[in-house]
Ligand binder design. Structure first.
Ligand code: 5GP
Ligand code: ZN
Length: 114
């Protein structure tokens, strides 16, 4: 999608601090981190949200989840605990409509979130 911010990050048209990459996923640091470790994991293919990704039916959702957990391990938060969040829809605070998993860790995380 030509007007999608995260598609532009995939093709390196917009810079990002990439921390992990597979053939079908990309992980980069959130520009406005909410925890000491805050990485976004996206499929390189454009899907608007987690619901669309779930319907893709080609194992891509599985790849995104596996990449999220690989990032947590690589970033050293896997043992201490971390959170994986998909804000889905405007009512849940989604602002970028290219599906992304927030991977957050490195501090104590309260529950429930606001
Ligand atoms: P959402 O609100 O859609 O769940 O999350 C979007 C996330 O994308 C936010 O946490 C926001 O800080 C992050 N973000 C927005 N624009 C950029 C950008 O240009 N680069 C990076 N690395 N993150 C961004
Ligand atoms: Zn996109």
């Amino acid at each position: 999608m030509t007007d999608c911010l995260f598609c532009k990050i995939v093709v390196k048209e917009i810079p990002a601090e990439i921390v992990y990459e597979t053939d079908r996923t990309l992980a980069f640091r959130d520009i406005n981190p909410q925890a000491p470790m805050h990485v976004l994991v996206i499929p390189k293919a454009h899907h608007a949200d987690a619901a669309a990704l779930a319907q893709a039916d080609d194992g891509l959702a599985d790849d995104v989840l596996k990449s999220a957990h690989a990032v947590a391990t690589q970033e050293g938060v896997a043992e201490g605990g971390y959170r994986v969040v998909f804000n889905t829809g405007p009512g849940a605070g989604q602002t970028v409509f290219h599906v992304h998993a927030h991977v957050l860790g490195g501090r104590a995380l309260s529950w429930p979130p606001g």
